[in-house]
Design a protein around this ligand. Structure first.
Ligand SMILES: Nc1ncnc2c1ncn2[C@@H]1O[C@H](COP(=O)(O)OP(=O)(O)OP(=O)(O)O)[C@@H](O)[C@H]1O
Length: 263
């Protein structure tokens, strides 16, 4: 992995994206240019606008204004061209709860236009790799949080998309499965595909991503190669706290009633 500036067309281009919910401006003019073949981390504090941005970028939520291009196709004017190119694991993913894991993947593969035999083959392979083979006949409604993340990831990967968008993909996933997911995603980006994922876990982003966008209060505060965004800071965490203005914030000192000594 290198930190050079990309020369090819970006995998994802976002121009002037805005979204308001009543009085609340959730996304306030976001511009992004994400190069192909990168592992991109979108980081920001709670309420920064990450989920809202990813929802608009993946065609799940209509922006108030702005434009999103994926592989040159406009998400909102040419959705069919975009949908076949992307895989999405959204926050609070809704699944077909009354299907088993195996049935769900077979069905999703067919929905994505794969021939039945190919859909079933890929479904079986993904269930094996993600350690869900033992639960393939269990109904999705009975899956744990981590299992739901993994089956959602499998569904997003089935059609081998060019760009994969993942909202907090490691939340609720055990360390062994997290390592597997990591390896699957690293292999996927090494072949030229792009992963864009949101996370609060800076160490994870620092160890996985080679490109980072930092968001706070609806705006992008920094974006670029990991080393550039980290700058002179000791860690991405330090640079993040600096960028979102969290250094020097009351870290609980005012809660003088809290703790055994105060009793
Ligand atoms: N459907 C909605 N209706 C009203 N306000 C919303 C809605 N969705 C998001 N918001 C507001 O928009 C802002 C951005 O929310 P968003 O979920 O995009 O942030 P986030 O960065 O993903 O946060 P987190 O890390 O906590 O998941 C927040 O202030 C949130 O309250």
């Amino acid at each position: 992995m290198t930190d050079d500036i990309p020369t090819g067309a970006p995998a994802v281009r976002v121009e002037g994206l805005w979204k308001r919910f009543g009085e609340q401006v959730a996304v306030a003019g976001v511009d992004l240019e994400l190069p192909a073949g990168r592992f991109v981390g979108l980081v920001g504090p709670n309420g920064a606008g990450k989920t809202t941005t990813l929802s608009m970028v993946t065609g799940l939520l209509r922006p108030d204004s702005g434009r999103v291009l994926i592989g040159g196709a406009d998400v909102w004017t040419d959705p069919a061209a975009v949908k076949s190119r992307i895989g999405v694991l959204p926050e609070g993913l809704r699944l077909f709860e009354r299907l088993s894991g195996r049935e769900l993947l077979g069905y999703m593969g067919r929905l994505r236009g794969l021939p039945g035999a190919e859909a079933d083959k890929r479904a079986g392979q993904l269930l094996d790799v993600l350690d869900l083979a033992g639960a393939r006949h269990k109904l999705v409604v009975d899956y744990s949080t981590g299992m739901r993340k993994k089956i959602g990831l499998a569904a997003a990967l089935l059609h081998n998309p060019e760009v994969l968008f993942l909202d907090e993909p490691f939340e609720g996933v055990d360390p062994v499965s997290a390592q597997t997911i990591r390896q699957v995603l690293e292999r996927y980006t090494a072949s030229g595909a792009t992963v864009v994922f949101s996370s609060h876990v800076m160490e994870l982003v620092e160890s996985l991503c080679d490109w980072v966008a930092v968001m706070s209060a609806g705006r992008i505060r920094a974006q670029g190669p990991l080393a550039e965004v980290r700058g002179a800071a000791a860690s991405l965490q330090d640079s993040f706290l600096e960028l979102v203005g969290a250094h020097g914030r009351d870290a609980g000192q005012s809660l003088d009633w809290l703790g055994g000594a105060a009793r």
